[in-house]
Design a binder for this molecule. Structure first.
Ligand code: DNO
Length: 345
C-alpha cells in the first residue's frame, strides 16, 4: 500500500511540506488544472508539477484526474479528436513517471453533495447528501455551484448538455465508454500506466442524468470490457458505500484478488434512511463502513497500489476546500497506517 494525499497545486493552503510530515506518506495525487477539458496537457506543466512535488521529497506517480470530455461520453463525432488528445496526455504523463491515471465517466457533474458545511454535534462540519435537499435543487436554474461541478459551463451550455443526455440511454453510455477504453487502453498498456476509473458519486442517477459505474454488477461489466490488467478501478469506498446494496469489504476483496484495484479512496459514510448520507470521520465507529474489514481485504491480497484518505471533515477551526482540509485527512491517513501495521508485514 502506497499512502498518498491529494494536493491541488501551489495555491492549495495545505502545503507539500505539511503533507510530507504525515507519517508513512509516500506520494502526491494531483493534476494540471489550467488546461480546458479535452486539450492535451503541456509537457512543461507536467514537469513543473513533478518538480514541485519531488523537490518536497514526495513521489509523483498518480494523477487525479484526466477528465473525459463530454463529447466522448456522448459519443459525438468530435470525440475522435478528444480521444487522440487523451492518448497523447497519457503518453506525456507516462514519460514523466506517472503510473496511475484516475478518470470518471459521470455525465456533466462529478461528485454531488447537497450541503458542504453540515454541523456535527462535536462542532466539526462535514459534507452531506440529503435526498430531500437534492429534490429541491435544479442546476439549470439559479447559480448553484458545488466543488464537484465544472463551474465554467454557461447556463445555455448546461441546458444543451442536458438535452443531449436526454437523447441517449444507459446502453449508449456503456457503448461510448467501451469505445473510449478500446482506444486508450492499448496506449496505456504500451506506456505501462494503470487506468483507474472512479465510481459514480453517489452511485445513482442525478438530475435525470444516467450513471453506470454504480455497483458490483456494473463493475463486473466494466472490467469485462477488457482483460488488460491496466484497466482497473479507483475503488472509492465512500462513493460505492453510499448505496446500502454494495457490500464494500466483499467487493474490495474480490477486485483486489483480481489485481484490478489500482487506487483506493478510503472514506467512511453514515447511511441514513431514504438514500441520504453524511460523510464521517474515517474511524469505523463514526460511520456505516467497517474500515478494518476493508483494509484487511486489501492487506490479505497484498495490495501494493496507491491509497489515499478521502474527504475529511473540517475540524479545529480549519477553513479551505470542502472535504480537502489537512487535519481530518491526516488523522485518516494515520488511522489507515495504524490498521495496516496492526495487520502485520
Ligand atoms: C471527489 C473526488 C472526485 C474524483 C473524480 C475522479 O472528491 O473523489 O472528484 O477525483 O471523480 O475522476
Amino acid at each position: 500500500m502506497k499512502l498518498s494525499f491529494r494536493w491541488y497545486g501551489p495555491d492549495d493552503p495545505v502545503t507539500l511540506q505539511k503533507i510530507r510530515q504525515i507519517p508513512n506518506m509516500h506520494g502526491i495525487v494531483s493534476a494540471v488544472y489550467d488546461v480546458p477539458v479535452g486539450e492535451v496537457w503541456p509537457e512543461s506543466s507536467i514537469l513543473t508539477l513533478k518538480k514541485q512535488i519531488e523537490d518536497a521529497g514526495l513521489a509523483f506517480e498518480v494523477i487525479e484526474s484526466v477528465p473525459v470530455h463530454e463529447d466522448i461520453k456522448l459519443g459525438r463525432p468530435s470525440r475522435d479528436r478528444y480521444i487522440e488528445n487523451y492518448k497523447e496526455t497519457i503518453r506525456r504523463l507516462a514519460k514523466a513517471g506517472i503510473k496511475c491515471i484516475t478518470y470518471n465517466f459521470m455525465p456533466v457533474f462529478d461528485w454531488t453533495r447537497t450541503q458542504l458545511d453540515h454541523q456535527l454535534p462535536d462542532g466539526s462540519t462535514d459534507l452531506v447528501y440529503y435526498a430531500d435537499q437534492l429534490a429541491k435543487m435544479d442546476p439549470l436554474k439559479g447559480e448553484l455551484s458545488l466543488p464537484g461541478w465544472d463551474s465554467s459551463y454557461r447556463k445555455e451550455d448546461l441546458r444543451a448538455l442536458f438535452d443531449a443526455y436526454s437523447q441517449i440511454t444507459k446502453e449508449d453510455l456503456w457503448q461510448n465508454l467501451a469505445h473510449f477504453l478500446g482506444e486508450i487502453l492499448p496506449v496505456a498498456a504500451a506506456c505501462d500506466v494503470n487506468m483507474a476509473i472512479h465510481p459514480d458519486d453517489p452511485p445513482i442517477d442525478i438530475f435525470g442524468l444516467p450513471r453506470i459505474i454504480t455497483d458490483e454488477q456494473n463493475l463486473d461489466r466494466l472490467l469485462a470490457l477488457s482483460d488488460d490488467p491496466h484497466h482497473g478501478l479507483c475503488f472509492c469506498t465512500g462513493s460505492l458505500g453510499s448505496s446500502p446494496k454494495n457490500d464494500i469489504p466483499a467487493m474490495v476483496r474480490k477486485y483486489a484478488a483480481m489485481g484490478r484495484i489500482h487506487f483506493v479512496h478510503l472514506r467512511n459514510v453514515k447511511l441514513l434512511p431514504g438514500g441520504s448520507f453524511e460523510e464521517s470521520a474515517h474511524f469505523s465507529g463514526c460511520g456505516s463502513l467497517d474500515m478494518v474489514a476493508i483494509v484487511r481485504a486489501l492487506h490479505d491480497n497484498h495490495f501494493d497500489g496507491y491509497l489515499r484518505p478521502d474527504h475529511g471533515r473540517m475540524i479545529w477551526g480549519e477553513t479551505g476546500k470542502p472535504g480537502y482540509g489537512l487535519y481530518d485527512r491526516a488523522l485518516g491517513a494515520s488511522y489507515i497506517t495504524g490498521i495496516w501495521e496492526a495487520l502485520g508485514a
